[in-house]
Design a binder for this molecule. Structure first.
Ligand code: GLN
Length: 483
């Protein structure tokens, strides 16, 4: 029985397994083999924190048994990687932190359960910035992940391991998570497709919380169709997550196939100002020309509160993180400081040893922003700014814009170490992505060109719940750029 090419579309892989032409077990063995080869030696990507041959072949065997029993599954035998802040039963869930280095999840996240039900095989857990805090996957207790297009550069973050694993051909698809751009930004840096759904579209049961008013699970694929299939299968209401909406799941696979071009594409001037690198600007202009060639009206629009997005995000996200991360106290999860003489010493010793510098910085920022006397001045103001940002988008969409097009990032992937000494410069790499999280909107990044070896990503942002229109536009743009 011959294997499938590792870059076969997900639907084709599943069809081959459903038809009995290849087994899920063979696919899982091939994927783990690629991971083992890709993750050894000095050139390794370090995309994975853990992977497990026995576990992967065992769960692939279960898929083969279901197929033998007559089942036909949309992701039959598709090997997937899962960001290591999403729980998968029996596997480590470290969140890239010393705090959880030895933690194993006792249950599956809803998104993982849904992928498994669809026939996918979880082959490993991927590297990330600790608890999702970062833009480069350099803030991990398990080392830096490298960009497969140039290993001296970062893959982006915080879902850099998942993005590098897909871009490096180690797995065909992966899950990530987003709080301020952690799927789209690494997708752009690694030259793949990444989608962040509307807030409330996908269950977060089993996703370790960073900033709960912003967090969503997102997907990575090599193509729009692959990412759309993944997203469709994990979407939908979940009784285990009250923030999921009781709204019908859109037909994203059909939307990708339809390749319907939007009537009006909005181009917000604020996303094309100072700080945007020339190579990215040029690729965006070419992408807009491609959309125009497909008959879209390209309309300049303004989102005037955009410049307050990064400051608002860096109040809201740390504030919520400081509350969410209070649970890592040495009592309930993971690490516990030895030889502590009092409860206070347990907390202090555990948190000092368990958290890395960026996580500590955010907890301090967030605690300060929520402290008595400053709460309204900081958190309250940031929330009011958030409302203004949301209204900017609502106005533009109400004026007849179907989707917005912007660069995903101001530059291509930066060098490892380049921004580690300057947190503010690091935070600015999210300048075009945090807005969609603040406004609860669906957004995606797709490859629109290259600058030398380095990929360039373009971003589409749609009204809330309009993933289908966004995916269709993405597929149309992808097809036009491939011509
Ligand atoms: N880079 C942003 C941060 O550091 C976003 C991270 C994310 O989306 N998880 O918070």
């Amino acid at each position: 029985m011959s294997g499938l090419p590792h870059d076969a579309p997900l639907a084709e892989r599943a069809a081959a397994v459903n038809a009995g032409r290849v087994t899920a077990t063979a696919g899982a063995k091939q994927a783990v083999g690629r991971i083992m080869t890709g993750e050894t030696g000095p050139e390794r990507l370090n995309a994975f924190i853990s992977y497990n041959y026995e576990e992967a072949t065992e769960s692939a065997g279960a898929v083969d048994a279901r197929i033998a029993g007559g089942a036909s599954l949309p992701l039959a035998g598709v090997p997937v990687a899962v960001k290591d802040n999403i729980c998968a039963i029996g596997m480590p869930t470290t969140c890239g932190s010393r705090m959880l280095a030895d933690y194993r999840s006792p249950y599956d996240a809803t998104v993982v359960r849904r992928l498994r039900e669809a026939g996918a095989v979880v082959v490993g857990k991927t590297n990330l910035d600790e608890f999702g805090m970062g833009s480069s996957t350099e803030n991990s207790a398990f080392g830096v992940t490298r960009n497969p297009h140039d290993i001296t550069r970062v893959p982006g973050g915080s879902s850099g391991g998942s993005a590098a694993a897909v871009a490096g051909g180690l797995v065909p698809a992966a899950l990530g998570s987003e709080t301020g751009g952690s799927v789209r930004q690494p997708a752009a840096f690694c030259g793949i497709v990444g989608i962040k759904p509307s807030y409330g579209r996908v269950s977060r049961y089993g996703l370790v919380a960073y900033a709960s008013s912003l967090d969503q699970v997102g997907v990575f694929g090599r193509t729009v169709a692959d990412a759309a299939l993944m997203l469709q299968l994990i979407s939908g209401a979940d009784p285990l997550d009250a923030t999921t909406a009781q709204i019908a799941v859109p037909g994203l696979v059909a939307a990708a196939r339809a390749c319907a071009v939007p009537r009006v594409v909005g181009v917000p001037v604020e996303y094309f100002g100072d700080g945007l690198a020339d190579d990215v600007r040029i690729a965006c202009a070419a992408a807009l020309d491609a959309l125009r060639a497909r008959g879209c009206e390209i309309r300049e629009v303004t989102l005037p509160h955009t410049r307050y997005a990064v400051p608002a995000y860096y109040i809201i996200a740390p504030a919520e993180a400081s509350a969410n991360l209070a649970r890592f106290d040495g009592v309930r999860y993971g690490l516990r400081a030895p030889n502590a003489a009092s409860t206070g010493e347990v907390y202090e010793g555990t948190r000092s040893a368990g958290f890395g510098a960026e996580v500590k910085r955010r907890i301090m920022l967030g605690t300060y922003a929520l402290s008595a006397g400053y709460h309204d001045e900081y958190y309250g103001t940031a929330q009011r700014v958030r409302t203004l940002i949301r209204r900017d988008f609502e106005r533009v969409f109400a004026d007849g814009v179907d989707v917005l097009f912007t660069p995903t990032t101001p530059t291509t992937a930066f060098r490892i170490g380049e921004k580690t000494e300057d947190p503010y410069a690091m935070y600015l790499s999210d300048i075009y992505t945090v807005t969609a999280n603040l406004a609860a909107l669906p957004a995606m990044s797709l490859p629109i060109g290259r600058s030398g070896a380095l990929p360039i990503g373009g971003q589409l942002i749609a009204p809330r719940w309009h993933e289908a229109a966004m995916v269709s536009a993405g597929a149309a743009l992808e097809a036009e750029l491939a011509r």
